[in-house]
Design a protein around this ligand. Structure first.
Ligand SMILES: [Zn+2]
Ligand SMILES: [Zn+2]
Length: 296
């Protein structure tokens, strides 16, 4: 194994550990601060059990999605794909003609919708973008996990925010003099909760914006690179009406209905769309070709 590759693996492992801690620490804090105290009261015991299960399930889904998106190959030349992949795969690219270029770095023909990633040092199939946060490219085979990671992270933060605020209000509004005095005097605790609340709001807005953007792109059968590239071409100079029309036509050509568009990355429409399990990539008429495409 080359030194470069070892460094990449160590860096990725370090990054993954850091992000996993970022997920686990707030979870443990919420359990300890908001959920467990409700267990001491008979009237809130059952709701405490319910919240414990829900918080644990959501945290597990966030972690599984994150580990999968960062460790799954986004798809490249060397994956064990059938040579007929590009003929079989129902891709309709908005830039298909322009994308059929030779990659001088990989020294081979660049497939449709593939782009060379300078961080990964290879061409990635249906590359969306290279994400520093996951230390990996987001491409054909792991975009589903990326979207699910954003979805579950967004849901978890919203839920934890609700628990944090509910518990804080409960404690602060407690009419017991001793309790009230203690809580108002505990400035460091209030500061911690305040900081946590503000951080949660900021992170929630960022993650939800990314999620909405990903859903919009998938719904239109586009990647971030294609969208940004088209925007640059269109808005980098004066846009003539026919250019705008051309872009809209290209968009319409790629758009084969949102179910088909999502299937490109999420696989056959089913409950598995919302679960962090490998998608069944499909071909003509949504017929699964086992081992042809997904075995990477
Ligand atoms: Zn390349
Ligand atoms: Zn990359």
């Amino acid at each position: 194994m080359s030194g470069n590759k070892t460094t990449t693996i160590v860096a990725r492992f370090g990054l993954q550990s850091f992000v996993i801690l970022l997920v686990i620490i707030p979870y443990l804090y919420i359990l300890n601060y908001a959920i467990f105290p409700w267990m001491h009261d008979v009237t809130t015991f059952m709701s405490s059990v319910f919240h414990s299960i829900l918080a644990t399930a959501l945290t597990c889904l966030v972690l599984i999605s994150y580990i999968l998106v960062s460790s799954t190959s986004p798809g490249d030349f060397n994956d064990t794909l059938s040579p007929s992949y590009y003929l079989l795969y129902p891709i309709s690219s908005i830039n298909s003609e322009e994308d059929k270029k030779f990659c001088t770095k990989c020294n081979q023909q660049k497939p449709e919708r593939a782009h060379h990633c300078s961080s990964c040092k290879k061409c990635i199939l249906r590359m969306d973008h290279h994400c520093l946060f996951i230390g990996n490219c987001v491409g054909l085979f792991n975009q589903k996990y990326f979207v699910l990671f954003l979805f579950y992270a967004s849901l978890s933060i919203f839920y934890f925010f609700y628990l944090l605020v509910s518990r804080s209000l409960e404690v602060l509004l407690d009419s017991t003099p001793q309790q009230t005095e203690y809580n108002f005097l505990d400035i460091s605790k209030l500061f911690l909760i305040g900081s946590l609340t503000i951080s949660m709001v900021i992170i929630e807005i960022s993650i939800t914006s990314m999620l909405v953007n990903q859903l919009w792109l998938l719904g239109n059968n586009m990647t971030t690179i294609e969208h940004e590239g088209t925007k640059r071409k269109l808005y980098g100079r004066k846009v003539l009406p026919h250019q705008l029309q051309q872009y809209q036509d290209q968009l319409r050509r790629s758009d084969k209905g949102w179910i088909h568009n999502f299937s490109t990355v999420f696989g056959n429409p089913s409950l598995s769309w919302i679960l962090p399990v490998p998608p069944h990539i499909l071909k003509n008429g949504y017929q699964q070709r086992k081992g042809d495409i997904m075995e990477v």
